[in-house]
Design a protein around this ligand. Sequence first.
Ligand SMILES: [Zn+2]
Length: 288
Amino acid sequence: MGFLLPLLAALFSLSLAGPLLGARAEEGVTVTLTSASAGDPGPGLPRIVGARDPGRPLVVLDPGHGGRDPGAISPYGGRREKDVTLAVAAAIRDELAASGKVRVAMTREDDRYLVLRERYEIARRMGAALFISIHADAAPQNDGARGATIYTLSEVASDREAAQLAEQQNGSDRLAGAPVGAGAGVNRILIDLAQRESMDVSAGFAALLKREGAPYFPFRPDYHRFASLVVLKAPDVPSILFETGYLTNPADLGYIDSPAGRRQIAMGMRSAIETHFARRRLNLAGAR
Ligand SMILES: [Zn+2]
C-alpha cells in the first residue's frame, strides 16, 4: 500500500487543479506533478527551512490558534495558548532545521488568525509529508490533569472529552464565518482511499511519537485519542494534533513555557519525525 498515497495525492492534486509543471508515467498511470513537488513553496506560502534537498520530506508545523483567537488561557500568569503553541512550534522547527534531515515550514510565524481549513490547505499545497498541529490543553476543573495527548482523525470520537475538543476546536472557525468541512467536488472514492491510508500513517506516527517522546516529556496514560477535527482532514497528508500538556497544571506549564522544556519537546519530536521518515523510506524500498 506504500505507493498508493503518493499516487492518489498526485491524482487528487490534478483534480483540484493548481499550476501544472508537467506529467510523467508512474505505475502505468499518467500523473501530473504540481509546483508543490518542486521544492519552491510558491507565492503566498510560508518559507521552508532545514534540508536543502527538495527531495527530502516536508513537515508542516501548525501553531494552534492566533490573532483574535487566543485559545486557552493559563490560570498561572495568564499565558495564552496561541503564544505558547507558537513558541513550541518554533523550537521544533529549529531542532529539525539544525538536524537537517527534513524540510520544515510553519503555517504561521507570527500572531495571526487562520481558519482550520487554511491550515491544512497550506500543508497540501506545499506537498507536505506530515502535518502537526500544536496545541496546549486546559482542564480548569482538574489542575491535576497533565501530560501530552496525540489526536488523530476519526469520524467517531474515542470518548466524551475527545468529542468536546472537536466541537470546541472546530467551532473556532465560526470566528471567521467559514463553512466547516465543506466537501471538495472531486471523486469521493479516491479521497476516501487516500484518507484511509493517511489515517493509518497518522496512527503509526502517534505511536512512534509516544515511544520517542516519552524519555523527554510526560504523556497522559490514554495518550492516543480520536476525534473528528477539521484541522486533521487533509485527505492526502498524514496529520496529528499534538496537545503538548496542560496550561492548567503548574508542572506542565513549567516545561511547556520555558526554553529548556520546549527544547525537550523538540528533541522528542525530532526523534519521532526522523524515525518515521527513515521507516517510510525502508518500507518504500521494500515494496519495489
Ligand atoms: Zn487549542
